[in-house]
Ligand binder design. Structure first.
Ligand code: ADP
Ligand code: MG
Length: 700
């Protein structure tokens, strides 16, 4: 989605000399459509061709220009036909090695010729070499022009040569010189933040002077690069702020506090709320009383008790005669929420229903009818809630649980559905796993933010052990003894293959094997290909209730149990091949244990040998139970796309900025965004420049 910023007045790259249909396609593959896109296609590194080096001074790995005379040239027939060309420049000598060469080349490289070569210095059997260097012969009467600037090396696509891109870039830089590309950051702001001008930054980065700091540029920290990153981050930030303003302009439903009913609800809970839960619930309740749609993100570590807070908000909506929808990312979690909400809210005479993709036919029709006529007051569902056939009677609140499985688009789409005329429902977004602050600041700039920074009392941190699968027998013994002590155990199977089918098969096989080794245990199996009712039945047997004690000792599962599942007596978890999962996902999985008052264990059963990185990652899991810390580490190791779960959807992908490298800019970006927020022409221009067709964000 990036790159197609077809600004009104920016010419297409097809105006450049040398861009025909074939070239156009290649450029498009790089996301380059117009001259601005081309100029934002920054070099990934530079070569220095601005001075001629003495051969005697060369080191292996240097990329340099040399000038020297051919002293000897010969073709050898070893394994491959090879031309070797010995050069000398008074300071030393070097060999040029060619595996492919024409007769004309052979001729031009004969003894006595004076050459200028550019290439990488490598070790050879008889001293230094250059393999297939660029070269040309020097006529002694011509002036020896050499490059004035560092030579850019661009990220490439197949069939596109550096020289072609450089020549296009030279033309684009000419166009830039004519002042066609607007400077969007006002002068005083640039002065305030010490940001160089746009056109100067681009000029510098595509044609840096010889003395430019190449080390700084290589890590993306040159002021010219940072200026562009800054503008891009600002564009994203403004887009989200703008989105927020548009939503809030629409107005929302002011919902009166429902203190009495909420108190009654809290009374009947088997626990008392933590202070953090109380504080966040109050923030939400206050938001709901305003005639503006709430846009709030709740973060809280696994097990911090976010669901109760959502239930309190739902009660407030229902008390005001509005419907509330709760959306969860998986069927299992949806079912669990449904059971929870039903148990909590039915005693208060609130009607709760659930919709998933698997409910079909008459049953579905009846459900939809209940949503549309307002009879159903609280609706729990999966993505099925997005479908066109789903109509609400009057949606006052949309809760989106485990947000980072859903994208911004889905968030918007649910809001659209609840819109009556001009007003939007309140939105409460709850994240599964803590998100590092830098990502929160950028990905969720449109949301207010609450954090439940306290776990319910009595929780003991999960003891995590990293153990090789060569010691599987020992692990099985540990399971045996845990179950003998009346504890329950999860055994989680992971697989590299994306295929759900294979994952499920692996879990089936594991369950069978474990049953052979642990004949005295009741072993259950749960995976994504089972019917909803089957899954629900298995979870029920694992969890048990007042009338029926739990019947399953050991539950073999795929990662479907990742989010939300809550069985307090389960206190041991084995995760097979944990090295295949992200840290956030492991943390989520591990969060399934440690929910009761007994000491809990998580055994990470890896397949030896582990890579260094994998070792480091599993150590992090062993060393901390703090989801926020784990999220930071995950970000360091895997990058923002993975952590936000948006890599596939292309959201939050930057052309130049890098959320980690440029994290220190975010504070300034945020401040500046507040300053220029109301300058509509600027906001529009900058959004168009950097987000292009992502403009949809601004228009919903
Ligand atoms: P998460 O924040 O991960 O979604 P949940 O809302 O699923 O956490 O809550 C985890 C478990 O803790 C549930 O069994 C819930 O009933 C319980 N719980 C929630 N709040 C409290 C509390 N204040 N004291 C004790 N247990 C609580
Ligand atoms: Mg939850």
């Amino acid at each position: 989605m990036m790159g197609s910023s077809t600004g009104d007045q920016i010419p297409s790259v097809s105006v450049l000399k040398g861009v025909g249909a074939a070239m156009l396609t290649k450029l498009q593959r790089l996301g380059i459509h117009n001259l601005q896109d081309l100029l934002f296609h920054l070099p990934m590194r530079y070569q220095d061709r601005t001075s001629v080096k003495e051969i005697g001074s060369l080191k292996i790995g240097d990329e340099v220009v040399i000038e020297a005379e051919v002293v000897n040239s010969e073709v050898k027939f070893a394994k491959k036909r090879t031309m070797l060309c010995r050069l000398h420049d008074g300071s030393g000598s070097i060999t040029l090695r060619f595996f492919h060469f024409s007769a004309a080349q052979k001729n031009s490289l004969r003894q006595g010729k004076l050459l200028r070569c550019f290439g990488e210095v490598r070790p050879g059997p008889h001293g230094l070499e250059m393999v297939h260097p660029e070269y040309k012969s020097i006529d002694s009467d011509l002036p020896r022009a050499i490059e004035e600037c560092l030579t850019p090396v661009y990220p490439m696509t197949e069939g596109l040569q550096q020289n072609r891109v450089r020549s296009l870039m030279a033309q684009a830089l000419n166009w830039l010189e004519s002042g066609e590309l607007a400077e969007l950051l006002p002068r005083e702001l640039r002065a305030q933040w010490a940001l160089p001008e746009l056109h100067k930054s681009l000029q510098y980065l595509h044609a840096p002077p010889p003395e430019a700091n190449r080390e700084l540029m290589a890590i993306g920290m040159h002021p010219a690069q940072r200026r562009l990153a800054f503008e891009e981050l600002l564009a994203h930030h403004l887009t989200l702020l703008n989105l927020r303003q548009k939503i809030q302009c629409e107005g929302g439903h002011a919902l009166q506090p429902a203190a009495e009913l909420c108190d009654a609800f809290v009374e009947q809970l088997p626990f008392t709320l933590t202070n953090a839960q109380r504080r966040v619930a109050a923030e939400v309740a206050t938001d709901l009383t305003k005639p503006l749609p709430m846009l709030r993100l709740i973060q809280g570590d696994v097990g911090s008790g976010k669901t109760v807070v959502a239930a309190l908000a739902a009660i407030q909506a229902v008390e005001n005669n509005f419907q509330a929808a709760i959306m969860a990312p998986t069927e299992i979690l949806t079912e669990q929420h449904y059971l929870n909400f039903k148990a909590w809210l039915q005693p208060l005479q609130i009607k709760v229903a659930m919709i998933t993709g698997k409910i079909k036919g008459k049953k579905r029709a009846a459900l939809l009818e209940g949503f549309a006529n307002g009879e159903t007051q609280v609706i729990v569902g999966t993505h099925a809630l997005f479908q066109d056939e789903v109509r609400f009677y009057n949606l006052g609140l949309a809760v989106i649980d485990e947000q980072h499985r859903f994208g911004v688009h889905q968030r918007l789409s649910l809001r659209e559905k609840g819109r009556d005329g001009l007003r939007s429902p309140h939105q409460l977004i709850m994240t599964a796993t803590p998100i590092p602050r830098t990502l929160t600041m950028s990905a969720y700039a449109d949301l207010d933010y609450s954090v439940i920074d306290e776990l319910p009392p009595g929780r003991k941190p999960v003891q995590t052990v990293v153990i090789s699968d060569q010691r599987r027998e020992q692990v099985i013994e540990r399971v045996r003894s845990a179950c003998r002590d009346k504890r329950q155990v999860y055994w989680v199977c992971t697989l590299i293959e994306e295929s759900e089918l294979l994952q499920c098969q692996a879990a089936e096989v594991t369950a069978e094997q474990l049953q052979l080794q642990l004949p005295e245990l009741n072993i259950g199996l749960i995976h994504g290909r089972m019917k909803s009712v089957e899954k629900q039945a298995i979870m029920q047997q694992f969890k048990g209730d007042n009338e029926n004690p739990a019947q399953i000792d050991l539950l073999v599962a795929t990662t479907v149990i990742e989010v939300g599942v809550d069985v307090p007596n389960a206190s041991v978890m084995i995760i097979e091949n944990p090295e295949r999962l992200g840290l956030a996902q492991l943390h989520q999985l591990r969060g399934r244990v440690g929910r009761g008052s007994v000491e809990s264990f998580c055994l990470l059963l890896y397949r030896a040998p582990l890579s260094q990185i994998a070792k480091k990652r599993l150590q992090i899991m062993r060393d901390t139970n703090d989801g926020f810390l784990i999220a930071e580490k995950d970000l360091e190791i895997r990058g923002p796309g993975e952590v936000l779960g948006t890599r596939q959807t292309g959201e939050m992908q930057f052309r130049i900025a890098d959320l980690q490298r440029d994290a220190d800019l975010l504070e300034q970006v945020q401040q500046l965004a507040m300053q220029v927020n109301t300058n509509q022409p600027l906001v529009e221009a900058i959004t168009r420049r950097w987000l292009g067709q992502g403009e949809e964000y601004g228009h919903v």
